[in-house]
Every structure is written in C-alpha cells, then in structure tokens.
Write a protein that binds this ligand. Structure first.
Ligand code: HEC
Length: 207
C-alpha cells in the first residue's frame, strides 16, 4: 500500500504541474523564457512613447535623413523643385525635356500614358476617354488643339506633376524621368497618329 501512495503523489503533483502551465482564453499560461516570444527589438516604423530607444539620440527608433538627402537614383527629383504657384507654372515654361525622343522613351511614354491618362484624354489624345464619352466628366483640351500645341513642354511637365484644375497630380505616381517620357509621347499625339507596333519592337531591342 505504501508504494501505491508514492505513485499517487507523483501522479497528482505532475498533473498539477502540467495543468498550471495550460493556456486558455485570454490567458497565455506560464511562458518559459518570454523573451523568445516578446522580443525587445525596436520597431523601425513605430515610436512608443514609453519605450525610448536607448541607442539613438532623442530616443528615436528611426533616424531621419540629413536635410536635403536624395535617395540613390532619385537625383532628377531634386532638379525639379518647382514652387506650386502660378509663378512656378510660368517659370516652368523654360524647362526643356532632358530626354531624347528615342523609340524606347516613346514606347515607355505610351505605356505610362495608356495606364494613367487615357480615361480622360483618350488613346489618341482627342479628349475622348471613356469617362468623358460617358458624360461623367467634362472633356479636357484635345492634344491637337492650338492650346495644347502652343503649351511649352515645361508647363506640361508642371501640370502633370502638380495637376491642373480638374486634372489630378501625377508627381507621386510618375517620376520626373517618366513624366518627360510621357511628354515625348504626348507630343506625337499633337499631329498624326503614331505607328505603335514598330515602337514597341524597338523598345525591347533598345533596353
Ligand atoms: C481625370 C481626367 C484626367 C486625367 C486622368 C488626366 N488629365 Fe490631363 N487634363 C485634364 C483636364 C480636365 C485638363 C484641363 C485642365 C485645365 O486647363 O483646366 C487637362 C490638361 C492637361 C494638359 C494641359 C496642361 C496645361 O498646362 O495646360 C496636359 C499636357 C495633360 N492634361 C496631360 C495629361 C497626362 C500626360 C496625363 C496622364 C499622366 C493626364 N493628363 C491625365 C484631365 C485629365
């Protein structure tokens, strides 16, 4: 009998041990080495007021770039820091397209134009995009109108970057490089329609 009591005590105490670790509902149970579950890593995009970073100055998790820092490959953003004002629009008139109208740039311009601009301006720039034809939107000026034909490229750049009246801004969608590519393509819509297939072929060859 004595030896059964021993076994009973061992069984009872071990079941108590196991059940006290058990998680349930909101209770995570007893955690062994909780640092493995809840890491002390600083979250880069989060700043918790009660957990200042002990390594960086001012308790910051993410250090800000030095003022005026330009990310790699983004140099052309810096050179078009036009003020978003009427004067900025006028001053933009002197900007010249830095890219050549190579088949590749034209094809890229067309691709970006088809994605972003056709709903209003239409495939051939005749202000017959789907939402205009549906009567849901007032027609923009046609690209072969005298008004657009005489608009300097720089002003087009400004309007695409910042938007104009009913037209939205594309400065956050298209890089300056891409805007100039689109402008090259828009220029081709001012006159005769473009021979698209030939351009696309050259584009892959040039890339
Ligand atoms: C939501 C419809 C809409 C979309 C999309 C749109 N536009 Fe426009 N666009 C307009 C309207 C409307 C105007 C006339 C603005 C005005 O002068 O009041 C305009 C004007 C312009 C002008 C003349 C700007 C000037 O300075 O007079 C250019 C160039 C132009 N758009 C190019 C583009 C390009 C390139 C895209 C695509 C990246 C685009 N638009 C996308 C509606 C649109």
């Amino acid at each position: 009998m004595k030896k059964y009591i021993h076994t009973f005590i061992i069984l009872a105490s071990s079941s108590l041990l196991i059940s006290s670790c058990g998680a349930g509902g909101e209770d995570p149970g007893n955690e062994y080495a909780p640092n493995m579950y809840v890491s002390f890593a600083y979250e880069p995009m989060t700043q918790l007021a009660d957990k200042p970073n002990t390594i960086n100055p001012h308790g910051m998790n993410m250090r800000l770039g030095v003022k005026g820092t330009i990310a790699r490959g983004q140099m052309d953003y810096a050179s078009y820091d036009l003020p978003k004002t009427t004067e900025g629009y006028e001053a933009a008139a002197s900007l010249k397209n830095p890219l050549e109208a190579t088949p590749y740039n034209l094809a890229e311009g067309k691709r970006l134009y088809n994605i972003n601009c056709t709903p209003c301006h239409g495939e051939n720039g005749k202000a017959d995009g789907t939402i205009v034809v549906d009567g849901k939107y007032p027609p923009p000026p046609s690209y072969d109108s005298d008004r657009i034909k005489t608009t300097p490229e720089g002003k087009m750049f400004y309007s695409i970057k910042y938007g104009k009246n009913l037209m939205g801004a594309y400065g956050t969608v298209l890089s300056p490089h891409q805007i100039w590519q689109v402008i090259h393509f828009v220029n081709t819509l001012k006159g005769a329609p473009v021979a698209a297939p030939a351009m696309a072929e050259n584009a892959t060859a040039q890339k």
